[in-house]
Design a protein around this ligand. Structure first.
Ligand code: F0G
Length: 429
């Protein structure tokens, strides 16, 4: 079942099938299963639905100026304009840079740069939907556990909605730009002595016992917003799907959202074939890639370790949904080393595009999958860059200035006296 059997959106437990109303604020089904949002089937499909989305894109008025709410039939059709908390967000570019295409080893590579969202990551697409839902259920406070981007986004959208926000992050393991954002936007910020997986367990407990509305990606409405990354990139390609969509994978919310978006887009005749998903993890935080290699025989967990702190997650919450997304799209999951991530990041950065470390996993993953023959060089690929280059200045400075010997893409700053000859030496050197 892809759409709601009723004329309203419902929430349905993926484990036991129990149905909850759209405005039920529980973060999980009572059986412990994850909830899925099912919208009523839109009255339009195929060409007519594509034309409706296209007309809104051309007009860009009010909430429809958002690259999320332009697709509102597939996000939260019950939400009124007055309820919607939108920056606006989305409308992110699809970038082609020959140097990155060559690096990846394919003929056609486009980068969907979600770092162009208001708080600098794709999380804004889920958060506009999630905080809108918080407003609709009358939440008195909202909370999330995060590796940094979700918390930055929640802090911003909660501030806009005037709802107090609590963010729970692993102390010492979140990039500087992200921590700074959460403080700036005024969220109560808890630095937990523990990893992300411990933060998520803690915040789930808080949502059950302290009456705060949970806005991690286990919240089904977040994923409905994130589906629009796929809808928007398909629209930018005139609804001609690429052969592959590659994305970094941590807690697996985005992988799940992509699978759902693609299945719905095909069912509604927006596209006539499915791209294959490639979910890319960091080698030190790769339970899903391991699971894929074993045919998803069992759910894997590990103690996570990687420079890409955004995806430093050992026990991904959306495992089952993501397995479904990979199965339905004939997709793959793989892992890349920290060195491969940093090399891909240096190539993306040096092309003038730039992204945070976790985002570069997508391009590193494409390169690996091409080298091992899974992606053929003549297949078309969209790689999703999930976060902005300035999210993690610490990694940049370490890579360019402090690593010895200098890594291949290092661009050492040169300290000089205020002297023209020194400038000349630097110029010629
Ligand atoms: N890329 C970036 C930049 C992220 O921040 C995240 C997740 C991902 C990729 C992976 O997405 O978890 O849906 O598989 N960041 C979360 C956070 C966990 O708290 O900001 P996922």
């Amino acid at each position: 079942m892809r759409f709601s059997p009723q004329s309203q959106t419902i929430q349905r437990c993926a484990a036991c099938g129990t149905e909850l109303s759209e405005l039920d604020a529980r973060s999980r089904c009572d059986c412990g299963g994850l909830l899925e949002a099912l919208e009523p089937r839109p009255s339009l499909s195929g060409k007519a639905l594509r034309a409706l989305f296209g007309a809104r894109r051309a007009n860009a008025q009010g909430v429809l100026a958002s690259g999320v709410w332009r697709y509102r039939e597939l996000v939260a059709p019950g939400a009124t304009d007055a309820e919607i908390v939108s920056h606006p967000e989305g409308n992110t570019p699809l970038l082609v840079r020959p140097a990155v295409t060559r690096f990846a080893g394919v003929e056609s590579l486009a980068m969907k740069h979600e770092g162009h969202n208001p708080t600098g990551s794709f999380k804004d697409r889920g958060m506009t939907a999630g905080v809108t839902q918080a407003r609709r259920v009358g939440a008195s406070a909202v909370a999330c556990a995060s590796t940094g981007n979700t918390s930055a986004s929640l802090a911003a959208y909660a501030a806009q909605a005037g709802i107090p926000a609590l963010v729970v992050v692993p102390a010492g393991n979140i990039a500087l730009g992200k921590l700074a954002q959460s403080l700036a936007y005024g969220a109560k910020t808890l630095l937990v002595r523990g990893d992300f997986d411990a933060c998520l367990a803690l915040v789930e407990q808080a949502s059950r016992e302290l009456d705060v509305y949970l806005l991690n990606s286990i919240n089904p409405f977040r994923l409905e917003g994130q589906k629009t990354i796929v809808l928007e990139l398909l629209e930018q390609l005139s609804w001609q799907p690429p052969d592959w969509i590659a994305l970094p994978a941590g807690n697996l919310g985005n992988t799940s959202a992509f699978g759902k978006a693609l299945a719905e887009a095909r069912e509604l005749g927006l596209i006539d074939r499915l791209p294959r998903l490639a979910a890319i993890q960091a080698a030190g935080a790769s339970p899903f890639a391991q699971g894929f290699a074993e045919g998803f025989r069992e759910r894997r967990r590990m103690k996570a370790e990687t420079v890409a702190t955004a995806i430093k997650i050992g026990d991904p919450a959306s495992w089952d949904r993501a397995v479904k997304a990979i199965a339905e799209t004939n997709g793959v999951a793989t892992a890349v080393t920290d060195a491969e991530i940093l090399e891909a990041k240096a190539a993306i950065d040096a092309s003038g595009v730039g992204c945070e470390p976790a985002s570069a996993a997508s391009v590193a993953g494409v390169r690996k999958l091409v080298r091992e023959g899974t992606i053929r060089p003549n297949e078309s690929v969209v790689a999703v860059l999930t976060g902005h280059v300035l999210k993690d200045p610490g990694i940049l400075i370490a890579y360019h200035r402090e690593t010895d010997p200098p890594p291949p893409g290092a661009n050492r700053p040169i300290e000089i006296d205020a002297d023209l000859r020194a400038v000349e030496r630097a110029l010629r050197g």
